[in-house]
Design a protein around this ligand. Sequence first.
Ligand code: DX5
Ligand code: ZN
Length: 218
Amino acid sequence: TAGPIISPSILAADFAALGQEVRAVSEAGADWIHLDVMDGHFVPNITFGPDVVKALRPHSAKVFDVHLMIAPADPYLAAFAEAGADAISVHVETGPHIHRSLQTIRTLGKRVGIALNPGTPASAIEPLIDMVDLVLVMTVNPGFGGQSFIPSTLETIARIKAMTAGRAIDIEVDGGITAENVGLAAAAGANAFVAGSAVFKGGPAGYAERIAAIRAGA
Ligand code: DX5
Ligand code: ZN
């Protein structure tokens, strides 16, 4: 099996210098770049849309791991695909037609991701598991960076690991991940790790060292 995938979340980057930031973490050893899209409706915060993803695309050749925290998501899926997303994750909680959203992402030729909140049981995604390349397990309540990892999500990760046995599905964790706790998520079954504050806090001189420390802990 391949090594851990580290996906720095630019939510914690300097928004006035996003192109430079994406370039810097790419050069510092990021495997994927995690882009958090928030609508002020599904989550209580607003970030950016497809035009920003498009503007960042020339700054990195890494996988653009787009996390949509928007409802509805369907009207925007094509725009994110065209903007340069490689993987698009939609939340299972965003509406009654999540199956259709996943079908649409597949049709657009992108990696299909399903995300779930800490309050959502693993069983909620069971009927969808054969449709996805990626399960994004929220380990904080989405909306903000810098929150603490919620330990009960370890059980969700383990259940999804069992559910995906024998399949080529990445299990990604997102929220409050640090070099200290990443090993717990890895032991439960995660192989991809989003980190915002743990990478960006402290500035660009430390990006390589902090990414390496998270990788070493996983
Ligand atoms: C939370 C976002 C996360 C966030 C993680 O809503 O989905 O990707 O940026 O930030 P940290 O690592 O600081 O918890
Ligand atoms: Zn995220």
